[in-house]
Design a protein around this ligand. Sequence first.
Ligand code: ADE
Length: 249
Amino acid sequence: MHFHIMTLFPEMVLDGLHTSIIGRAEEKGYISIEAVNIRDYTLDRHKKVDDYTYGGGAGMLMQAQPVYDCWKALDEKITRRKKNEDSRKTRVIYVTPQGEVFNQNKAAELSGEEDLIFLCGHYEGIDERVLEEIVTDSISIGDYVLTGGELAAMVMIDAISRLVPGVLNNGESAQTESHADGLLEYPQYSRPEVWHERKVPEVLLSGHHANIAKWRLEQSLERTRQRRPDLYEAYITAHPPQPLKNRRK
Ligand code: ADE
C-alpha cells in the first residue's frame, strides 16, 4: 500500500511515521510513505501558497494553483506506475474537521486501497474550487480543531497501515483488539500472577479455552456498556441475545 501526503510540512509527517512498527513496515516493503511539499509547486516568485479570503475574515487561505499542480503531478505519477492495471482514480482524502469522522470501519475500508493521497490543509483552509475538483473523501479525526491536517493524516495512516497484511507480526492482534468487532477489548494480564496484592483472574490460569473465551466476551461487553454505551447499543442491536434453548419448564 502506498501513502502519498500533500503537505507544507513533509518532515513533520515523515519524522512521525518513520519510527516503530510503521517505520519497520516501510523498511520491509509492506507500505511506502512519501510526503510531497505543496510549496514546491507554487508559481509565485516568493514561494507564497496562501492569500487573503474574498469577502474578508480572519486568516489566510491556501490557494488553488499550488494544491492542484501538486496533486496533478502526484496523480500522474501514480497512474503511470499502475500502467492500466487499475483504471480507478486514486482516492484523495482531505483531512478536515468538516469531514466524516474516522473510525475503525473506515480504516479497514481504506486499507484495501493500493494508493491513497492525503491532502493536509493549513491556515484557514483551502480554496473550495480545488477541493471540488480533486477531493474524493473528506475525513476528520474527531470533533476538535488542530492547527493543520498533518497530525490527523498521521493518525489515519497509522490506523490504516496496521491493517495491511504483514504489518503486524501477529495477525491475530488486529482481530481481537478494541473496535475490531464493535466492542472494546477485555482486560489483559502478564506475569507475575500477583502484583501489589492484585491477583490475575482465576479463569485465565485454568487453561480452559472455552471458559476463557466466555469470560473475555463478558468482560468486553461489560467494559463497552460502561465506557461506550453508544457502541454497546449498536452491538446489542446487531447481535441480539439468543433465547436459551432446552430450558426446563
Ligand atoms: N484539521 C484540523 N482539525 C482536524 C481534525 N479534527 N481532523 C482532521 N483534520 C483536521
